[in-house]
Design a protein around this ligand. Structure first.
Ligand code: URA
Length: 325
């Protein structure tokens, strides 16, 4: 079965850049299974076909595994390339960018911990729901949520027609009508955190990922990157093993019932009403007072002297051992 791109293989086996490998193929210097191939992106089967460069067999090399922590800044896409020409996360790591790919994705405006690697198996285990890897975020909200509303996130709520799994949620702080909330989830649906807060009537204005499993964003500032230490890679791997066992014992999340009135018990009904009431009340409150409160809060904020930031709001500390890149 064809599984590998020719240019990538040549770049590794001949120790040249991907661009030079492309040129070698286009110039007709490469054969696969004895047949000249002119398409650098062609797929081939390493198990059954021999690749030759200028008639000499290219011996496969084992690629060294690379694990990178990037502090993704705002206004950066997580894809390898962007049709609109926006800055990409791989571009932030320069030379290394042709060797690694981002693990999962963060929204254009989400900042924080993004991993990049060339280890496909590792990336798969980090992103597949079966391994239940928890990601921790700090969300800044336009308004201050009530405890009942946060309780809804902890229980799980319908988002895009499917129940979310219970989340770990911790209220961190509030100031001038805004709030900061820590949320930890083991799912990775599109815009999930923003949608979860929207569903309880609170808009996320800033979102930062601070941890993936036990791995915390540390030693880097926005836009900077560093290699993971061998211990960090090992800890993450052990954590994934543990989590996959835990998740296997939990079973799938419940589906959102299509006809809740026909199937639900009185206890379910009471629970559903609490959730519905909390959402409706939050939405009403937001519509009536949200804008006014936000305006007042902005005015007050401008008049007051700046308070020192709590440690969790300042972003990661940079331990000296990492030094500067
Ligand atoms: N949830 C979101 O809404 N956005 C992200 O980037 C990550 C999680």
């Amino acid at each position: 079965m064809a599984t590998e791109r020719l240019n990538r293989y040549i770049s590794l086996a001949a120790g040249v850049s991907r661009r030079v490998a492309d040129e070698m193929v286009r110039n007709g210097r490469v054969t696969v299974g004895g047949v000249p191939v002119l398409d650098p992106g062609a797929l081939w089967d390493p198990a059954n076909e021999e690749v030759r460069l200028d008639g000499r067999t290219l011996v496969p090399v084992r690629e060294e595994k690379v694990y990178i922590m990037l502090y993704k800044p705002d206004n950066v896409v997580t894809t390898m390339k962007d049709r609109e020409g926006r800055k990409t996360a791989p571009a932030l790591i320069g030379e290394m960018s042709s060797r690694v790919f981002p693990v999962g994705r963060l929204d254009f405006h989400t900042t924080g911990l993004l991993l990049l690697t060339n280890d496909g198996e590792f990336a798969y285990r980090l992103t597949h729901p079966r391994f239940g890897v928890e990601k921790t975020y700090i969300a800044k909200l336009m308004s201050v949520p009530r405890p009942q509303e946060l309780a809804v996130l902890r229980k799980g709520l319908p988002v895009d027609g499917k129940m979310t799994n219970p989340a770990q949620v911790q209220f961190l702080d509030k100031k001038s009508g805004k709030a900061w909330v820590m949320i930890r989830i083991a799912e990775g649906r599109h815009h999930q955190v923003r949608k979860m807060f929207d569903a309880i009537g609170h808009r996320v204005t800033k979102l930062r990922r601070t941890a993936i499993g036990p791995l915390e964003l540390s030693g880097v500032e926005p836009g900077e990157w560093r290699y993971l230490t061998p211990k960090e890679v090992r800890d993450l791997s052990d954590y994934m093993d543990r989590r996959s066992e835990e998740v296997a014992g939990q079973g799938p999340p419940p589906e959102v019932p299509r006809h809740p009135r026909r199937t639900e018990t009185p206890a379910d009904r009471a629970k559903r009403r609490t959730v519905k009431d909390a959402i409706a009340q939050a939405a009403r409150k937001k519509a009536v007072v949200g804008e006014r409160a936000a305006r007042e809060a902005r005015d007050t904020e401008r008049k007051k002297p700046r308070q020192p930031k709590p440690a969790w709001k300042k972003g990661p500390r940079i331990p000296e051992k990492y030094g500067k890149r």
